[in-house]
Design a binder for this molecule. Structure first.
Ligand SMILES: *[C@@H]1O[C@H](CO)[C@@H](O)[C@H](O)[C@H]1NC(C)=O
Ligand SMILES: *[C@@H]1O[C@H](CO)[C@@H](O)[C@H](O)[C@H]1NC(C)=O
Ligand SMILES: *[C@@H]1O[C@H](CO)[C@@H](O)[C@H](O)[C@H]1NC(C)=O
Ligand SMILES: *[C@@H]1O[C@H](CO)[C@@H](O)[C@H](O)[C@H]1NC(C)=O
Ligand SMILES: *[C@@H]1O[C@H](CO)[C@@H](O)[C@H](O)[C@H]1NC(C)=O
Ligand SMILES: *[C@@H]1O[C@H](CO)[C@@H](O)[C@H](O)[C@H]1NC(C)=O
Ligand SMILES: *[C@@H]1O[C@H](CO)[C@@H](O)[C@H](O)[C@H]1NC(C)=O
Ligand SMILES: *[C@@H]1O[C@H](CO)[C@@H](O)[C@H](O)[C@H]1NC(C)=O
Length: 727
């Protein structure tokens, strides 16, 4: 699939959200000024007035009257920052002021069920402590929520946990209950001035993490079953950062500032962009301050795969989630006039009742367009009178948008399409697409039918999703990303009844449950799993919870693509497929504290909260991370050492032996190769040494370290990779 069509595939999911940021701020008149974030690190402990400091900084570079015009908002509950409209000159001046860590433009980022939890080996009747679970608060930073959904009813819930410090400030016509205990919104757009979800995305992600059990949920009969979240008894606090104009950095920071101070336990954020250095990345900044307060942030890896270095969630304190399939695959079929049947993945709720309709190629139905554009079914390229009662064949994955607009009966598009379509449509692989075209060429009267989708059992699952963003990590080459994978294909969950289920404008269907695909869907699965682990171990640190989920993840099959254009293996799924039940008893933990992350930032010379790093010793690979990765130079012999420390949380009196699953290209040794504990929470350190002959080409070498006491198998991926000199 070409880069362009992947982008479009992504575009169509979240079309409504990707609009230029400039439409977002009606108040701005000065077109030469952009919205910037001025980030100043942690809040000083002593008497400090953030707002007046922020305004006085602005006044030092702007005229006094201009300062208050340019000021947008202050972040002062959980960290120190503000947003302001600045010119290029002004933002450089502010960046040089004392106390300022970084200044960066506020980007617009993108938002990136029944069966899925069972598939993860996490059945409804799994061991739970409902009392503890109902004290857990999940902060969902997304497009808001539809509070009236059955998934968020508060029947049977007591009052909010005592620790809750947030409020219900959901705006117009938004009431919280004992399930949705908090609501806030940050969208500056007057058309989205409430926490009510108009996109559907936020309701979907919130219900995957913590929705009630709702029997008989389905999408037009498809995927029928119990819809439920990972921790159905937990509470939800919603922070709306996305409106029709997108999800902006300034909103994201506002949401983190509040969620941390409000007292959420876990944050889930299914939003990502292209990778940026940590101190210029609002999600890395917000989640760092969350981590300081013991809150784990789970983030979607992104939907820009399968190309290398597309993973947009890169900081080691974030839990970055890739997407893979479940054993419930939704398929639809195209039946051609010559009897051939082609099977694909679109979610098509329409039936043509066994009748075959004429097929027409986009270029044969063009209005005022070039042949090339018409072939792709580009916007406004099809002539309505020529496509009426016909199925249009388009050479682009999102061609159905134009087919639908022009009033075609159906469409056949190019490239796998995992999404809900607004008309009978199927996205075919290029091989099958060619079969359709040669059939059209072969006859004067080409006909076909598109069959309504059905669910089938896919024994090959989990397979990693084509769209899921891939490593290697482009900001820190010694931290493996993504961290883990979870179900993110064809997930049924709550939706907003005012949102179009296909995102196509003009799709007037209104549904309570919708089927969506993306790392946006896998992310809240891991947030739910993390909340589940936390309900057993309330005092574990964010890194400990993450370690437990990573070291118990199930191995995925490494499949090598022959052409090397796509990344796979650990760069697609990290430590493997999440396995929540195992994670409550991991045996050993790779824990890391704020100080460990600070040391790592120093070694990278990154300023994240104090103006200048002190030490510069060491490197990110010394961070006590549950996976191990190093970039090695082509032509140089491999000698890499990793130092790690594990904390015993299994049996007090225990001995673990190391086992290496290696690769013929490297030797891996562990010293000591066996470690013994006498106490719970006792720590032991070891060194992993990787050696091998020089590599001659761009490659990735995978190995694993497993610590086993006979009961617990604590597994870490080890990845050595090379890059071409120009990369
Ligand atoms: C914190 O920021 C908010 C929002 O900008 C502002 O209203 C408030 O006055 C600030 N508080 C302090 C103590 O600066
Ligand atoms: C749930 O956890 C609480 C607090 O740790 C404990 O008092 C209670 O006995 C537990 N309930 C069950 C059913 O395990
Ligand atoms: C308030 O919400 C209800 C429930 O969805 C809806 O029917 C009603 O139209 C809303 N009113 C306004 C003023 O938005
Ligand atoms: C066709 O498109 C061209 C260029 O977009 C435009 O100038 C022209 O007016 C259009 N003609 C009709 C008949 O719509
Ligand atoms: C179908 O015919 C067109 C033009 O006649 C040709 O360009 C195209 O290659 C043919 N496609 C296939 C798949 O045979
Ligand atoms: C991996 O692939 C092998 C061979 O195709 C298969 O037998 C095995 O079940 C697969 N494992 C997983 C976890 O998918
Ligand atoms: C630990 O195990 C050893 C050997 O099995 C045993 O002698 C010792 O008593 C055990 N200690 C505790 C505290 O259980
Ligand atoms: C691994 O170590 C053995 C023994 O020292 C050596 O013979 C072999 O060449 C090494 N393999 C690699 C890939 O370096």
């Amino acid at each position: 699939m070409a880069a362009k069509s992947i982008f479009l595939l992504f575009l169509h999911i979240f079309m409504a959200l990707i609009i230029s940021i400039s439409t977002c701020y009606g108040g701005s008149t000065d077109k030469t000024k952009d919205l910037y974030i001025v980030y100043m690190g942690s809040l000083p402990e002593s008497d400090y007035s953030p707002l007046s400091h922020h305004l006085s900084l602005l006044q030092e570079v702007l005229r006094e009257s201009a300062a208050s015009d340019s000021f947008v908002r202050s972040y002062n509950r959980s960290f120190n920052a503000f947003a302001a409209r600045l010119s290029g000159e002004e933002h450089k001046k502010i960046a040089s002021k004392e106390g300022v860590v970084s200044v960066f433009p506020s980007r617009t980022l993108q938002l990136q069920t029944t069966r899925s939890w069972e598939f993860m080996g996490f059945p409804e009747n799994v061991d739970r402590n409902l009392t503890v679970e109902s004290d857990i608060i999940i902060g969902v930073i997304d497009s808001g929520i539809w509070p009236e959904s059955d998934s968020f009813s508060d029947e049977g819930y007591g009052p909010p946990p005592k620790k809750w410090k947030g409020t219900c400030d959901g705006g117009l016509n938004f009431t919280c209950n004992n399930k949705i205990i908090g609501a806030r919104f940050y969208t500056l757009d007057i058309h989205s001035n409430s926490a009510r979800d108009e996109e559907g995305h936020g309701s979907h992600t919130a219900s995957i993490a913590a929705g009630n059990k709702v029997p008989g949920a389905n999408f037009y009969g498809l995927a029928n079953g119990n819809a439920r979240g990972g921790v159905p008894s937990a509470r939800i606090a919603t922070y709306r950062i996305c409106g029709p104009g997108g999800c902006t950095d300034d909103s994201i920071l506002g949401a983190f500032d509040d969620a941390i101070a409000d007292g959420v336990d876990i944050i889930t954020i299914s939003v990502s962009g292209s990778p940026r250095p940590f101190n210029f990345d609002s999600i890395a900044i917000g989640s760092f301050h969350a981590m300081e307060k013991g809150i784990l942030t789970v983030q979607s890896a992104g939907n820009d795969g399968p190309f290398p270095s597309t993973v947009g969630s890169v900081a080691p304190w974030l839990f970055s989630v890739a997407a893979s399939s479940t054993d419930r695959r939704i398929i639809d079929k195209v039946v051609l006039g010559n009897g051939k049947t082609l099977i694909e993945n679109a979610v098509n709720s329409f039936t043509l009742k066994g009748v075959k309709f004429p097929l027409i190629k986009g270029e044969d139905a063009k209005s005022n367009c070039s042949d090339a554009d018409a072939r792709l079914c580009s916007h406004l390229c099809l002539d309505s009178s020529l496509v009426k009662e016909k199925i249009v064949v388009c050479d682009k994955s999102t061609g159905w948008n134009e087919a639908f607009r022009a009033g075609a009966l159906g469409s056949i598009t190019l490239d796998e399409d995992y999404f809900v379509v607004p008309l009978p449509s199927s996205g075919l692989t290029s091989h099958n697409h060619d079969l359709v075209k040669s059939y059209i060429n072969s006859t004067n009267n080409p006909h076909g039918e598109i069959i309504r989708s059905e669910a089938i059992k896919d024994i090959a699952a989990p397979k990693f999703a084509f769209f899921s963003s891939r490593g290697p990590n482009s900001i820190s080459d010694e931290i493996l990303k993504p961290d883990i994978t979870a179900p993110g294909v064809h997930i049924l969950a709550a939706y907003s009844p005012v949102a179009s289920p296909s995102s196509a404008p003009g799709d007037k269907r209104s549904v309570k449950y919708n089927i969506m695909s993306g790392t946006s869907m896998s992310c809240p699965h891991v947030a739910g799993a993390a909340a589940y682990v936390k309900s057993f171990h309330p005092h574990w640190s964010p890194s400990a919870i993450k370690s437990a989920l990573m070291t118990t993840a199930l191995s995925m099959n490494v499949t090598e693509h022959s052409d090397g254009k796509y990344e796979d293996g650990e760069f697609a799924y990290g430590a493997g497929h999440v396995n929540p039940v195992k994670a409550i008893d991991p045996g050993l933990l790779y824990d890391a504290s704020k100080d460990d992350y600070v040391k790592m930032l120093y070694s990278m010379q990154v300023r994240l909260f104090s103006p200048s790093p002190k030490e510069t010793k060491g490197s990110p690979k010394d961070l006590n991370y549950p996976s191990m990765q190093a970039l090695v130079k082509i032509g140089m012999p491999i000698t890499v050492e990793f130092t790690r420390t594990v904390t015993n949380v299994g049996l007090a009196n225990s001995t673990y032996k190391s086992k290496i699953i290696a690769n013929s290209q490297i030797n891996v040794s562990v010293k000591p190769s066996s470690i013994s504990f006498k106490l719970l929470y006792e720590k032991k350190s070891f060194i992993v040494k990787v050696s091998g002959e020089a590599l001659t080409a761009k490659t990735r070498i995978s190995a694993s370290l497993i610590w086993s006491d006979g009961t617990h198998n604590v597994k870490s991926p080890i990845v050595m990779y090379t890059q071409n000199p120009e990369e």
